[in-house]
Design a protein around this ligand. Sequence first.
Ligand code: ADP
Length: 278
Amino acid sequence: MSAQEPLLEVSGLDVFYGRGSARKQAIFDATFSIAPGEVVGLIGETGSGKSTLARTILGLIKPDNGVIRFEGADLATLGHRQRQLFRRSGAVQYVFQDPLRSLDPDFTLEESIAEPLLSSGAHSRAEVATKVREYFRQVRLDEGLLSRLPGQVSGGQRQRAAIARALISEPRLLILDEPVSALDSANRVQILELLQNLASPSVSLLFISHDLGSVAGITDRVVVLYRGRIVEIDTTDAIVNDPIHPYTQLLVGSAPILGSGPSDRAWRDDIRSRLGAD
Ligand code: ADP
């Protein structure tokens, strides 16, 4: 794959739930792409279809129409078994808002992070132990916490551990579903900074949120979803400073940090510079 080709290309995607008279369309003709190393925000209110779109990309839902090309292969046409194999490959990983959904409460953080590698059976115990420590350091967790249970660390530390668990499979796409909305503001900034630094030519991020303000500091582009339809896709700057669709205008207007007043702009620039953005 050349660096110019998208990592993920979604085109004409329709997803329905239910059958017969209960059949209801959740995603309408969705088309967007993610480049290698890009950080993309998927923004929309509750019920707009963000999780459905993410679950379809993960291979958990088979779309009714459309193409999902991941590194050139069309996931939408894979059979059940092939989709299972794709999921197990770990190429796309998901981080939940609540890290307890990724971490077994009875596993130590070390065991939880090691588990994907141990399950794949491709690594010796010594290799796994080394890798767990490498990813623990990458998410800036102290090795002293390796033997703790999720219930014995803070919410921010739990989310870091969940991110390490997702990263250890070396995904090419990391989907983060409201990863900071359950955290206090200090932890939010730190985890956003961590996530921003994770993006590299080999890992792209899809950042799901109902709140444009919480992701605008780290995304390159934003996809706006409204009632199952993508209504606007643009660079974050264009979305924030010159939104075209009325729903995007509403989102920008209702995000306190994105108002157009000079102090808000200064605040945003400050956040961006603290996050290392251009
Ligand atoms: P979001 O993640 O943006 O909150 P969802 O993808 O969860 O939105 O939901 C999109 C739409 O699909 C909503 O109308 C929701 O009620 C519906 N929906 C989601 N999951 C199911 C399901 N398993 N069965 C039927 N309808 C569903």
